[in-house]
Structures are given as structure tokens and as C-alpha cells.
Write a protein that binds this ligand. Structure first.
Ligand code: ATP
Length: 314
């Protein structure tokens, strides 16, 4: 085959705790990540030249080497020069459905799709864990995006422990189109405001990070108890993003007033999600929030938790 089309799902954070400073200047995190069926489509095609050509239908997404999907292709070319010489370059076409700079790992999942796709295109036979390892060099969320499903992520987010999947949960997701939050800004601001409470000793970091394994959110997931999961949603970055972006706070309040099971900002925002009782409930909430906000700039999606990451389109 000379081309593959891949489905690259977004993620939400059911839990995000910033534990401390790491010697490598990243933050030590304890997260619980969940794939959702809101996904981009990535088409990969072999080229007769040794180039990477990238096209994305979203005007805010770059088409050059600053695109993380482009970087994923460069990484594969560097790592496997002989295979690259045999098969040539790649053309990457991205159809964006995941809102950009939204805290939904849109770029990371595109990069994961390129790794999985080139592995197929070049018949490399790399295992999922080898692809995750390559992904970690591109970005902290890339390994999770390869595997997907439900997982605890520790370290800087790249160390994964799978959890039982939660594929019966319905979610409404809201994002103001014109609002973007920079992930580096969110972490930097958190460090400035709350850095004094950080743990800086690496032994303690490991102990503290592992504590999430016995956390109440994990218990709720193991029991498949959606109401309990909704009660235990947590995101430390809300402490800096909500005061700086009143629209995000308002959206979160609008979801809460719509009678959802629980609501939280995803990652560094500004997207906000809400857990619902059923698909019908999610559709109702979406309508209620649309009416209450009455703002064309707000995109709303009904989506479902899924048990997988990158998949080949059927
Ligand atoms: P994360 O949740 O991993 O922090 P995010 O969902 O907040 O990511 P992205 O959608 O990945 O954010 O976009 C962050 C920035 O990266 C944007 O400014 C965008 O222009 C740039 N970018 C580079 N490559 C891509 C890509 N393939 N898709 C989307 N954005 C990309």
C-alpha cells in the first residue's frame, strides 16, 4: 500500500495534578487521560521525492516544520534512513475536526498518527511501545495518543499505565473558536504562582506521583462509576486559566447549571467538558448551553469516551 488514512482521536484530562519540578525543567505530573471520538483524519502517501509535504485544512495550523506532524515524519526519516531511502518522502494531509490550541492534544494525536502511519507505509514492524518511545521525544502527550483509551500518565505525562476503558461515557465539549490558551504560558504561570508548594526532591516526586494509582478517581474508574468519576474531576491548571480567562469560567458555570454530572477544563484549556448520564442527556445539555450562551463563537460537540488511540480508517 502506498497510502493510509488514519483516525487520530483527541483526549481530555479527567485528572491533572502538578506535583513538582523535575531536574529536566519539566513538571512532574499525575494525570488520567481519556480518548474521545472527536478525531482528525490524517492521510499519508508515499512521494517519489525525498521531501515531506504537509497540508492542513485549518488556517491556524502551520504546514511547515513547526507542525508537530511534520516533525514526526522527520524523526522517522532520521531514525530509519535506509527505509526512507527505499520508500521516499511522505505527503501528509490533515483534516482538522479537533479544535486547535484547546487542551485536547490535537497536535500530539496528529504526530502519533504519522508515527503509526509511517510504520505501516514503510513496513517497519515497530511495536506500540517502540512507537510510544519515539513519540515521547516529540511531545509528552504523544505516547498516550498512540495507545489511547483510558490511562494514568506520570513523569512529564509520557509514562503510561492503562486503566479499564470507559466507553459508555457521554461528554459535551465546549470551546470558544477565537480563544486559545498557550500550554507553556499555563504551566509557567502555575509555577510562578504555586511553585513554592512544589516537591523538588526526585525520590519524593516518584512516591507522590505513584499515589495517584490508589487515588479515588482510579477507584471510581475501576468501579465504572460515572457519577463518582464526575465528582472527582480535577485540574490544577484551572487555578491559573480560569482567573485569566473569565469566558472559560463562565462556560464551566453554564455547564454546571445545565445539570451535568461534573464539569472541568481539559488540559491547559480553554476547552471545557461535561460528563452526562446518556447520549440523550448530552444532546439536551448541548442545546441548553447553546441557548444560555447565545454566542456563535462557541463550538459545542457531543462526544463519547473511546477505548483506543490511532486507528486505520475502514
Ligand atoms: P496539548 O493538549 O497537547 O497541550 P493543545 O490541544 O492545547 O495541545 P494543539 O491543538 O496541539 O494544542 O495546538 C497547539 C499549537 O501547536 C497551535 O498553536 C498550533 O498552531 C500548533 N500546531 C503545530 N502542529 C499542529 C497540528 N498538527 N495540529 C494542531 N496544531 C498544531
Amino acid at each position: 500500500m502506498h497510502s493510509y488514512t488514519l483516525i487520530a482521536p483527541a483526549k481530555i484530562n479527567l485528572y491533572l495534578e502538578i506535583i513538582g519540578d523535575r531536574p529536566d525543567h519539566y513538571h512532574e505530573l499525575a494525570m488520567i487521560l481519556q480518548s474521545i471520538d472527536l478525531a482528525d483524519e490524517i492521510e499519508l502517501r508515499s512521494l517519489n521525492t525525498d521531501r515531506i509535504r504537509l497540508h492542513c485544512d485549518h488556517p491556524q495550523v502551520p504546514s511547515d516544520e513547526s507542525n508537530i506532524a511534520y516533525q514526526a515524519a522527520e524523526l522517522m526519516m532520521r531514525k530509519f534512513p535506509n527505509t526512507f531511502a527505499k520508500y521516499g518522502g511522505v505527503e501528509i494531509s490533515i483534516t482538522k475536526r479537533i479544535p486547535v490550541a484547546a487542551g485536547l492534544a490535537g497536535g500530539s494525536t496528529n504526530a502519533a498518527a504519522v508515527l503509526v502511519g509511517i510504520n505501516l507505509l514503510w513496513k517497519l514492524g515497530l511495536t506500540q511501545s517502540e512507537l510510544e518511545e519515539l513519540g515521547a521525544t516529540l511531545g509528552s502527550d504523544v505516547p498516550f495518543c498512540v495507545a489511547g483509551g483510558t490511562a494514568i500518565a506520570t513523569g512529564r505525562g509520557e509514562q503510561l499505565s492503562p486503566l479499564p476503558s470507559l466507553n459508555s461515557i457521554y461528554i459535551v465539549l465546549g470551546k470558544y473558536k477565537s480563544l486559545e490558551v498557550s500550554t507553556p504560558w499555563a504551566y509557567k504561570t502555575y509555577r510562578t504562582q504555586f511553585g513554592d508548594s512544589y516537591i523538588r526532591d526526585s525520590d519524593n516526586l516518584a512516591v507522590r506521583a505513584s499515589a495517584v494509582h490508589s487515588g479515588e478517581m482510579v477507584k471510581a474508574i475501576l468501579h465504572q462509576d460515572v457519577k463518582e468519576i464526575a465528582q472527582k474531576l480535577h485540574n490544577d491548571l484551572e487555578k491559573v486559566v480560569l482567573p485569566a480567562y473569565p469566558q472559560v469560567l463562565e462556560l464551566r458555570e453554564t455547564f454546571a447549571n445545565a445539570g451535568v454530572l461534573g464539569t472541568m477544563m481539559s488540559g491547559s484549556g480553554p476547552s471545557v467538558f461535561a460528563l452526562c448520564e446518556s447520549q440523550e442527556h448530552a444532546e439536551q445539555v448541548k442545546q441548553q448551553v447553546k441557548t444560555a450562551t447565545n454566542n456563535e463563537d462557541l463550538e459545542l460537540f457531543v462526544t463519547q469516551a473511546i477505548a483506543h488511540g490511532i486507528q486505520i480508517a475502514s
